[in-house]
Design a protein. Sequence first.
Length: 256
Amino acid sequence: MRIDVLTLFPEMFAGVFGSSILGKAQDKGIVSLNTLNFRDFANNKHNTVDDTPYGGGGGMVLKAEPIFGAVEHVLERQAEDGEEARKPRIILMCPQGRPFTQEIARELSEESHLIFICGHYEGYDERIREHLVTDELSVGDYVLTGGELPAMVVTDAVVRLLPGVLGNEQSAVTDSFSDGLLEYPHYTRPAEFRGWKVPDALLSGHHAEIEKWRRQQSLERTLVRRPELLEQAELTEKERTWLRQTREAAASPSGD
């Protein structure tokens, strides 16, 4: 996979892209992570990439020319490097975009080329949205200084799903949200710490009992912390009955 990030602050990505899982994924040749300063594609002597909005208003708006120029440069460079032509997903990081989820991460991990556009200032010239990008993504209902941190978040979530990136391939399968539920609790040695013991089921060595315990804990944790996730989760009829009874018990007055 190839990922290109268009940003005014490429230096922000050096530590993140060069460390931990992302750094190892590059060392293995699984992914190529690149940054490009779209200020280099400004068409004026001062290299300005923003201007005042037509119609007035506060803030500045990112111009279309440098963004289009940077994307076209990435595609031309790809051709010059002899890489197979791949139609990229061009992703605008934006508070107005669809909320980023694990399912979207899985969808993007199946692509061969992603381009992220990280904006600043008041917003983007609308022609960038209309005629260049394929996706708009948001990492939450809040506003950040720019799109760099969201782009890092999405990149990390996507790359760790690529085959060969994680040392234990099962890790990505059992992560929270991978099956629509929150992940079950984890424990490691010692079996008792300051009087707090590891649940007996995990020490039993009985794999069926362990899986049963983990599934139950996952359901309980999701019910308490993120109950809305249960509406879309794949559950057995027995699990749905248990959830219904648990909700009813919680709603009943004490002692009923």
